[in-house]
Design a protein around this ligand. Structure first.
Ligand code: ADP
Ligand code: MG
Length: 167
């Protein structure tokens, strides 16, 4: 089901179904630390929101997790950490990020999960971790790439945990 690659700063995961996405989320959620920025990159329906929902559920959130397509950001506070879920799909210009004052959300006590970061290119803070989603029918292939030292630490821990699961 899973096949981690052996590159230093990237990991490719093959997820057969949503259950596998939930398993990934249970591994990844505890590795995301305050201050981290995660870009979620992929087409409509690729599974970006599904992964965020699974991450928040893995952290113990029991309420709804709505797509922020219209609100730009949905806010969660879990164990005194702020989790901000963004979706910039509807931006016409990257500068709308600045106009909306969204930079204030990117703080040391918050984890920022960003769908459609390319729509805010040059304005949205750089990613510690980038997750690239590829659709293959019901399957999804995810490339997880580190963009910082924090991201690399997270990625290496994810690799170890995932290898244990994959056997
Ligand atoms: P996005 O936020 O990228 O536009 P969503 O998460 O809203 O995408 O939707 C993904 C859709 O794909 C959901 O309907 C989900 O049920 C479906 N899906 C099918 N297979 C998978 C998978 N392996 N992982 C995640 N979602 C999947
Ligand atoms: Mg979405």
């Amino acid at each position: 089901m899973h096949s981690p690659d052996d590159k230093q700063s990237a990991l490719t995961l093959h997820l057969a179904d949503e259950l596998a996405t939930a398993t990934l989320a249970r591994h990844l959620a505890p590795l995301l630390t305050p201050g981290m920025v995660v870009w979620l990159d992929g087409d409509l329906g690729a599974g970006k929101t599904t992964l965020v929902r699974a991450l928040l559920r893995a952290l113990g959130h029991v309420g709804p997790v709505k797509s922020p397509t219209y609100t730009l950001v949905e806010i969660y506070v879990i164990s005194r950490i702020y989790w901000y879920h963004f979706d910039f799909y509807r931006f016409n210009f990257p500068e709308e990020f600045l106009d909306a004052g969204l930079g204030e959300y990117f703080r040391d006590d918050a984890v920022c999960l960003v769908e459609w970061p390319e729509k805010a290119a040059g304005c949205v803070p750089a990613a510690d971790l980038v997750v690239l989603f590829h659709i293959l029918g019901e399957r999804r292939t995810l490339d997880v790439v580190a963009g910082s030292e924090e991201g690399r630490i997270c990625l290496n821990a994810l690799k170890s945990g995932w290898c244990d699961v994959a056997g």
